[in-house]
Ligand binder design. Sequence first.
Ligand code: FAD
Length: 280
Amino acid sequence: MIHSDNKQLSFEFFPTKTDEGRQKLSITRQQLNQFKPDFFSCTYGAGGSTRAGTLQTIQDILTEQNTPATPHLACIGSSQEEVKELVDLYQSMGIKQILCLRGDIPSGIGIVDGFTYASELVTFIKQEYQDTVKLIVAAYPEIHPQARSADDDIQNFIRKCEAGADSAITQYFYNIDAYFYFLDEIHARGIDIPVVPGIMPIASFSKLARFSDICGAEIPRWLKLKLQSYADDTASIKSLGLDFVTDLCDRLLRQGAPGLHFYTLNQAGLVSTICERLGC
Ligand code: FAD
């Protein structure tokens, strides 16, 4: 369904800290590579905190899977020189696409200078590298938690598009209407870049609830209550999560979403089952 309909499929990882983690991630990628993704992406810690790990993961993807790799680049806390050095390096590695983000500065770390918003990063990379690298940005159908208002957040998204973003990936969401309403809003403002839904599989309730609170993703009341009622019964949580998320993906694709981007959390299991059920 994904490939036959020319839709995009991608999987996101985060850099590992140990050799053992790196080996496990390599196996995860091998398992997910069977779905012929358009690219694997790797996150980047704001302020350059995972610079070496992100670079290592991107290099591993290129050498082990021969699948296109898309590094994330979170600009807050980095100078133009640091960004340029990194993008130069990526260009020398043959990277064709970068996910441009602001990032979240960990508490306790002061910002000295450099970029404030992702739109500034997009402007800077476009100026320096023109169209030699494609730029993806983040989108928030349920509104970024720090946005001054819903309209401000849409304006910010438009700013990133006008700065030169080629496509976008959303924060994960479980309310499908929020995604299509977001598309209607940006289309009405003349923005027509592909906005790929970010998909978060459901493995545990407490972790998901905590993370969703932070990033502003709403867990629908009925789903939250059902997941909560399973308490420590992880098999039931996973089973409901798989049914729910597979149905979400299916409806998104049928209703015109241009593809799916999975937040894998470095695990292949749930994502593989969803992809198999979707016939990817
Ligand atoms: P921005 O687009 O800069 O927006 C941040 C906030 O500022 C928003 O509330 C926006 O409305 C507001 N804003 C923007 N411009 C202005 C302006 N000119 N005036 C006033 N307000 C403004 N984080 C990481 O650290 N590393 C990663 O690898 C990473 N990967 C991600 C991948 C995806 C697909 C997504 C959706 C998120 C990812 N994140 C990552 C999280 C992201 O960095 C955070 O959500 C961060 O808080 C916002 O980043 P952004 O690029 O959306 O910021």
